[in-house]
Design a protein around this ligand. Structure first.
Ligand SMILES: NC(=O)c1ccc[n+]([C@@H]2O[C@H](COP(=O)([O-])OP(=O)(O)OC[C@H]3O[C@@H](n4cnc5c(N)ncnc54)[C@H](O)[C@@H]3O)[C@@H](O)[C@H]2O)c1
Length: 255
């Protein structure tokens, strides 16, 4: 019997990386998983790879920056399942640029995706939970960069710091509606996200490893267990928390 038996979980940005790993793990724990993102055909393929012991893996088209797209997707999911138990706001983009050269469009796209997308999805899902008077759980995927200021990441760091604050505000506001809101802030993870930055010469993995006490980059599968705990029935008193999983990155204080 899985820890999330009978639940319905939406994961945004689930076509690859951490989102895909979360979808696979939540399915293993007995949840139906809705994989939401912009590339419907890709999501369909990923759903075919997931074999939930119970429930199903279902793809839904959603651009988290577009309120119309978010609301249509949430409507479709509620029509299909009659409820939503868990939302994981995972979709996100990196942005590395000297601040003096950061184009307005790139600043806006980063904030729209990483922050406004989290708000729009949370708002749409919370309304459904409130209408049905059901308890629910929202998990925001933040980053250690919401805490650590890093040069050339003005938009990314700002977006993730704001996600941490949004997590706490919504947790405080919706606690009496039995909606818990928490964030997971990973350090560097082995996904296409950092693979692309490395290819573009914007990231030096070897020097990064020297800054991490565990001297290695994390794997998405090292994040999913905490998300299962946060979504599960043992975490009923956990809300408003931002939990770092980073190989010791944020604990380390020496240069
Ligand atoms: N990889 C890391 O080192 C790392 C570290 C800390 C935090 N994070 C965070 O983890 C989350 C997942 O990152 P990842 O490493 O799996 O990245 P990834 O690039 O592999 O996956 C991101 C996913 O988000 C989707 N996405 C982007 N914009 C979207 C939009 N407008 N609407 C819907 N979907 C959209 C992409 O298509 C992709 O499927 C992000 O929020 C990221 O900021 C990643």
């Amino acid at each position: 019997m899985g820890l999330l038996q009978g639940k319905v979980t939406i994961i945004t940005g689930a076509s690859r990386g951490l989102g895909k790993a979360l979808a696979g793990r939540f399915a293993c724990e007995g949840s139906s998983v809705v994989l939401a993102g912009r590339s419907y055909n890709l999501l369909k393929d990923v759903c075919r790879e997931i074999h939930p012991p119970d429930g199903e893996a279902y793809p839904v088209r959603m651009d988290v920056t577009d309120p119309g797209s978010v609301n249509a997707a949430i409507h479709e999911i509620v029509e299909r399942y009659g409820k939503i138990d868990v939302l994981i706001n995972n979709a996100g983009i990196p942005m590395v640029s000297p601040s003096e050269d950061l184009a307005y469009e790139n600043w806006k796209n980063t904030i729209d995706t990483n922050l406004t997308g989290v708000f729009l999805c949370s708002q749409a899902v919370a309304k459904q939970m409130m209408d049905r008077k059901t308890a629910g759980c929202i998990i925001n995927i933040s980053s250690t960069f919401g805490l650590s200021p890093v040069p050339q990441r003005a938009a990314y760091c700002s977006s993730k710091a704001a996600v941490d604050m949004l997590t706490k505000v919504l947790a405080a506001e919706w606690a009496d509606k039995k909606i818990r809101v928490n964030a997971i802030a990973p350090g560097y993870l082995k996904t296409e996200f950092i693979g692309q930055l490395e290819q573009q010469g914007k990231l030096d993995i070897e020097s990064l490893k020297k800054r991490i006490p565990q001297r290695r980059i994390g794997h998405p599968d090292e994040i999913t267990g905490l998300a299962v705990y946060m979504a599960g029935d043992e975490a009923t008193y956990l809300t408003g928390a931002v939990v770092y999983i980073d190989g010791g990155w944020t604990a380390y204080g020496f240069t």
